[in-house]
Ligand binder design. Structure first.
Ligand SMILES: Cc1cc2nc3c(=O)[nH]c(=O)nc-3n(C[C@H](O)[C@H](O)[C@H](O)COP(=O)(O)O)c2cc1C
Length: 358
């Protein structure tokens, strides 16, 4: 246990508060991760603000902070005021965020995001959103004057290398801004996840039709980003049970299993689960999503999804997970780690807390 973090009176979160060595480059002061959470407080040029830097700085006692999803290129945008990292101004202001966390001895990765079909011409200068296949998304576009989602444009195979370059360029900028690493967002039904699921990937070329082909785009992104950053500074987020923006299919588990097996040879910093509640059992995945990831992936696993600190501690203690990410609890408690150290009860989350960047 890290000497600074021991607390004799505390047993219920002891395992969580232990430091963890991810690899030769990264040792984290505890196993508590701040989950990535889109807050939509960037300015109208998608530049992160000073308030955002202070918000992340206040949470620097987490072993690892993951930024909210960050738009990597103009064609990646799907929501208003989500921060981006494709202009110099955006990059300069991200450096202030990284500095604020480092000044408080924290570690922070930036989450790389392309929404794929989860967008609308309203956000894309009139262009159609892009996706693996022309499969429409239904539902209301958030904060877009009552507009409905619609039909995306299927990506031509010749466009994929350019998309991969977009991820690499964003990763380069994140590292130049001083981030400790990047997380490739491969979950929640966004672009990479759209390739990984049968609902959204109907391609008949090298990027669809089999687990190998459906994983190809995500692995190309990951490998290119890892070549730029070093694999030890790259994590990947995955949501095997497809809980957002796309429909499940009984064959999806085979695709994710293949991906996890491929990741075993890549020496990543970690694989990070994305699901709203990890307590659910999924028949196709043979139980909990966290257990499915653990079964097929031998590296560091970050669990996430409605964990209480006590449950998280139990999972880490039992060796089921290496670290646990908390989302909503970190919105409610900037000082979550200190509260756990002191044995204080965290404030419960309330959706009204999203209105401000406390
Ligand atoms: C307000 C909000 C925004 C979120 N934005 C993102 C995001 O940008 N990227 C991402 O991977 N997950 C995002 N998520 C999912 C969280 O990272 C996390 O998986 C989820 O909240 C479950 O964890 P929790 O129960 O500890 O909150 C978001 C969740 C919330 C509540």
């Amino acid at each position: 246990m890290d000497g600074n973090l021991t607390n004799d009176g505390l047993t219920s979160t002891e395992a969580l508060l232990q430091s963890v060595k991810l690899n030769d480059r990264l040792t984290l002061s505890n196993r508590i991760v701040m989950a990535p959470m889109a807050r939509f407080f960037a300015d109208n040029d998608l530049v992160p603000t000073a308030e955002m830097a202070a918000y992340y700085g206040r949470r620097a006692r987490a072993g690892l902070i993951l930024t909210e999803a960050v738009v990597i290129s103009p064609d990646s945008i799907g929501y208003p005021n989500s921060p981006a990292i494709f202009t110099q101004k955006q990059t300069d202001n991200w450096a202030r965020v990284a500095d604020a966390v480092h000044e408080n001895s924290g570690t922070i990765f930036l989450q790389l995001w392309h929404v794929g079909r989860v967008s609308h011409p309203y956000y894309l200068n009139g262009e159609l959103p892009v996706a693996p296949s022309a499969v429409p998304l239904s539902g209301r576009v958030p904060r877009a004057k009552g507009l409905e989602y619609g039909m995306p444009r299927a990506l031509d195979v010749n466009e994929l290398a350019g998309l991969v370059e977009g991820y690499v360029a964003a990763a380069q900028k994140a590292l130049a801004a001083g981030f400790d690493g990047v997380e490739v967002h491969g979950g929640n039904g966004y672009l990479i996840d759209q390739f990984l699921h049968h609902d959204t990937n109907r391609r008949e070329d090298d990027y669809g039709g089999s687990p190998e082909n459906m994983c190809r785009f995500g692995l190309e992104v990951l490998d290119a980003v890892a070549t730029e950053a070093g694999s030890d500074r790259v994590g990947m987020r995955l949501s095997p049970a497809a809980y957002m923006n796309l429909a499940p299919h009984p064959e999806d588990a085979k695709v994710i299993q293949h991906l996890l097996e491929e990741l075993n040879s890549r020496d990543l910093a970690y694989v990070h689960e994305a699901i709203s509640d990890d307590r659910h059992d999924y028949k196709d995945f043979g139980g909990r999503v966290s257990a499915f990831i653990r079964r097929h992936y031998q590296g560091t696993v970050i669990g996430c999804g409605s964990f209480t600190p006590e449950e998280a501690n139990k999972s880490v203690n039992a060796g089921e997970l290496d670290m646990v990410a908390f989302g909503r609890l970190f919105i409610a408690n900037p000082d979550l780690v200190d509260k756990l150290l002191d044995g204080r009860t965290p404030e419960p989350y309330d959706v009204a807390m999203l209105k401000t960047l406390y």
